[in-house]
Structures are given as C-alpha cells and as structure tokens.
Design a protein around this ligand. Structure first.
Ligand code: ATP
Ligand code: MG
Length: 426
C-alpha cells in the first residue's frame, strides 16, 4: 500500500479513537479515483482544531479563523486537517469548489458524495459545486482554479455552464482585488499541465486581462512581418507556448515561453521602428522579476525563468561568444538546454527559419564541451602572479576572456592558458 494512504488511515483511526469523525477529502480522493499520484492529503474532521493540534503537536495552524487548518508534514507526505466542528461532513463538502473536489472517503472505504462528484469524475467534467455564481461570489479565484484543473487533470473538460459563469464581468472585478500569490500558486500548477489551454480559457472568458495583464497587453503589438508572419506579439507568445509545452515538461522553460516577450508591450519599445524591440529581453527580465515577486514564486524558480527571459535571444540572434560563455559559466549546461528549447519554439512561432538557431546550437555545444573539459585552467591568483596585477575586477575580466578563448578552442591546457595570458595580458 502506498505510504501516504497508510499514514492517512493511521490519522483517521487516531481521530476515531478520540471519538471524532474523520475522512479523506478533496484532491486526494479525486486523484485516488483517477489513479494519479497523490501529492498531499486533506482530512476533514469533526474534532475542533485545538484538539487536532493537541493530538499532533508538530502540526502547524495555517490561515485565519474560521478558515484555519492544521498542517502536518511527515517525510514527503503533507496532511492538512480541516475541522467542521459543530457541523457535518456533508456541509464541509458542500462548501468546496468543484464536484470532483467534494468527495470524501472514510477509513472503511465508504464514499461520501453529496454533490455528484462521482458522476462528473466518470465523465471527466469540471463543474462548480452547486450554483456556479454563488461559488464565484464567495471566492473568484475559483475561476482560475477551474482553468488550472482543466489544464492539469488528464482529459477533463469544463462544463459549459461553469465556464460561462466565469464570463460574468463581476468575476473579473472581484478577481482584481485578489492577492497575487493566490494567482501565482495556480499559475505554477497550470505550468505543469496544458498551459496553453489555461491561457485560452482565461482569454475566452475575458479574464486574461485581470489574471495576466502583461500577456493581454501583447494583443495588437505589431511585429516585423518578415520575422513574424504569424501576427501580433500575443499570437506569437501563444504559438511559442504551444510548441514549448510539446518539447518540454519543465515548468521554468514553459513559464519563460509565456513571458519571454512581455516587454514588447512597453511604450518605449513602441517608439522604436516597428519590429525592432531592441533590449526587450533585458526589460522583460526586469518585468518578470517583478511579476514573480507579485506571485510569490519560489526564489530559485523565479531566477531560472528570469534568466531564460533575459537571454532568450542567444539561440536566435547573431551572438558574440562572450555573452554565451559567461552565461554557461553562470548557469550551467542544464540552463543551456532549456534556453535552446525556448529558442527553438521562439523561431517556430515566427519565421520558422532555423538556420541561425542551428549555428548557435553547434557553437553553444562546442563551447560547453570545451569549457567542461578545461574546467578552470588558471585561477585568479595565478593570473595576478603572471601579469603582476593587483586584486580587482580586471582579474575577473581577464578570466572571462580566457573562457572565451577556451570556448572557441584556442586554449585547451594550463600551459596554453599561460602563453595566451602573456600574449593577451592587460
Ligand atoms: P492539488 O493539490 O493537486 O492542487 P487539490 O484538489 O488538493 O489539488 P488544493 O488547492 O490543495 O487542491 O485544495 C485542496 C481541497 O480544498 C480541494 O480539493 C477543494 O476541495 C478544497 N479547496 C481548495 N481551494 C478551494 C477554494 N478556493 N474554494 C473551495 N474549496 C477549495
Ligand atoms: Mg492539494
């Protein structure tokens, strides 16, 4: 039996031994039915939260009353206890977002399904629990969750009446006041699924401008028709995203595809000649950093996405080798792979001419092989000794130049590096 189920059964038994009810609820029940891996476990219980915290002193309360839950981490398995103290399990289920998220399973395997989740699960249909407008009124983020589940649950579709309820302008108005981190959390999950579909659903319901205003702003941004016969910057982004999600499951590369051209909508890029957008990758990186902060994305993830956006033109532009070697040193081979996958999709979403990409790919791989082989041929101290230089930024610059010579195959051994240094010294 799976470890997480074993643990869940232990917790349910412990609650029952104390005279309380307890049941597995929400995503875990849904994913068990679908045969999907369970990431976290939700348990609803009649025990008051204080009692749960007494039973599991390591558990931490999260949220604010009355919506407080207790979170307990056991190795890889996380459980969230939610108390319906004074009410019933059925009532707890009724206040959940979708029918397929509103089923419960007791310790003895009895299904509790007051909202018709089983039927919708069978048809792989996402539907608001009860009246859609009421659910959205209580919490407009449920619209974003609806599309996120459509993107991540395999072969699921959104029930038409649930989708159309999201079109009510009130939903957009209510959503605009929502903390960015709630959007960021759903977006992060959607990136693991059909992120293109997620975007299309937001777009189709008129919520794109609220949830991702920077992407909505790309609509109508014209580009050089020679490089971009596909149309405006929005269409380009959508095509690029569609290709990237076929090429890689990596969420950071997918996020970078979504965000790579956001700065094209900036006024100062409109002022330059149509289709130029000089420096949009630099401005884009700045913008993405701010967006990731608003969404409270994990630091490391946000840095990966930002650096991919920052350098997304390396694979497709005539790029001087120094830009490349510095980035390889800074971010490594895995990053280089992601960057070229992004670049490939970027080309296919535009002119489709893969020639500069292929040349740069060969150059980048050669540079990566050579830098890997060489390691650090000389360190800063040796550079200072050979050239009689004091400590300072100049030493770093010389080492970077030496990297370029290595990347171009001119220098392969420490002896050659010394000779190169004497020849090309300060
Ligand atoms: P996953 O963990 O894969 O994202 P999940 O269904 O567990 O899927 P969570 O966001 O972890 O999703 O939420 C756990 C459960 O809590 C949901 O299944 C649902 O029953 C309920 N829930 C979560 N967010 C809401 C909400 N905004 N409104 C109503 N119920 C919610
Ligand atoms: Mg969950």
């Amino acid at each position: 039996m799976k470890q997480e189920i074993k643990l869940a059964l232990e917790w349910l038994l412990a609650l029952e031994n104390e005279g309380y009810e307890g049941a597995l609820v929400g995503g875990a029940v849904r994913d068990l039915f679908l045969g999907l891996p369970i990431t976290d476990i939700d348990i609803a219980t009649s025990a008051p939260l204080e009692r749960v915290l007494q039973l599991w002193p390591e558990a931490k309360p999260v949220g604010k009353p009355p919506l407080q839950t207790a979170l307990l981490q056991r190795g890889q398995v996380a459980v969230e206890f939610c108390s319906y103290c004074g009410f019933s399990l059925e009532r707890d289920l009724a206040r959940r977002d979708f029918t397929v998220n509103a089923m419960a399973m007791t310790r003895l395997g009895n299904l509790v399904d007051p909202m018709g989740g089983e039927k919708d699960l069978t048809r792989r249909r996402l539907r608001f629990n009860g009246k859609a407008a009421d659910r959205l009124e209580e919490d407009p983020v449920r619209a974003v969750r609806l599309f996120r589940f459509a993107a991540t649950l395999p072969l699921f579709t959104v029930a038409p009446e649930s989708e159309s309820a999201c079109r009510d302008p009130k939903v957009g108005r209510d959503l605009s006041g929502i903390p960015g981190e709630r959007i960021g959390r759903e977006l992060l999950k959607a990136l693991e699924g059909d992120i293109g579909l997620f975007l299309d659903l937001l777009n189709g319901t008129g919520l794109l401008g609220i949830v991702l205003p920077e992407i909505e702003a790309l609509k109508g941004i014209e580009q050089d028709p020679e490089k971009h016969p596909e149309g405006d910057a929005y269409l380009h982004t959508r095509l690029c995203l569609g290709t990237v999600q076929k090429l890689t499951a990596d969420p950071a590369t997918r996020a970078a595809a979504l965000l790579h051209d956001v700065a094209k909508a900036w006024p100062r890029h409109q002022e330059t000649a149509a289709g130029r957008f000089t420096g949009h990758e630099q401005d884009g990186a700045e913008l993405v950093r701010r967006m990731a902060c608003r969404w409270a994305w994990p630091q490391e993830f946000s840095e990966s996405v930002t650096s991919l956006v920052r350098w997304h033109r390396i694979p497709t532009a005539a790029w001087p080798v120094e830009g490349l070697t510095r980035q390889i040193r800074a971010y490594g081979g895995h990053w280089l792979e992601r960057l070229f996958v992004l670049g490939y999709a970027d080309v296919l979403a535009g002119s489709g001419r893969l020639m500069p990409w292929m040349e740069n790919r060969a150059r980048a791989l050669a540079a990566f092989f050579r830098l890997e082989q060489a390691g650090r041929l000389l360190d800063g101290r040796e550079v200072m000794e050979i050239l009689g230089l004091p400590e300072g930024p100049r030493v770093g610059e010389i080492l970077a130049k030496l990297d370029e010579a290595v990347a171009e195959g001119q220098v392969t051994t420490p002896a050659e590096a010394r000779a190169w240094l004497v020849q090309n010294g300060p």
